[in-house]
Unconditional design. Structure first.
Length: 95
């Protein structure tokens, strides 16, 4: 599929490496969502964080505690926030 990636990169005005990064993030996010689903959805994910529940995982939703770090908390490959920032950086690079 390298030729398809080259076409996408050329059509979007980006480099092939950027297309590869986006595809990798997409695969990692799919794995993370599959893992969350296996744990019982968001409620199951909250159980990973003990008493704090989702408040500990996502401070903006109420409750204190540390956010989800990258590097595999509960089998999740990379934090959603980190992937969002990286994707935003790629989008801004295009402009």
């Amino acid at each position: 599929m390298p030729s398809a990636r080259k076409r996408v990169a050329a059509g979007s005005g980006t480099q092939v490496q950027d297309v590869n990064k986006v595809l990798k993030m997409h695969r990692e996010m799919g794995r993370a969502m599959k893992q969350i689903k296996k744990m019982g959805g968001l409620m199951g994910l909250g159980a990973l964080f003990g008493k704090g529940g989702m408040g500990a995982a996502m401070p903006g939703l109420g409750g204190g505690g540390a956010g989800m770090g990258g590097g595999g908390m509960g089998g999740l490959p990379v934090s959603v926030a980190a992937q969002s920032r990286e994707l935003q950086d790629l989008m801004n690079k295009k402009k």
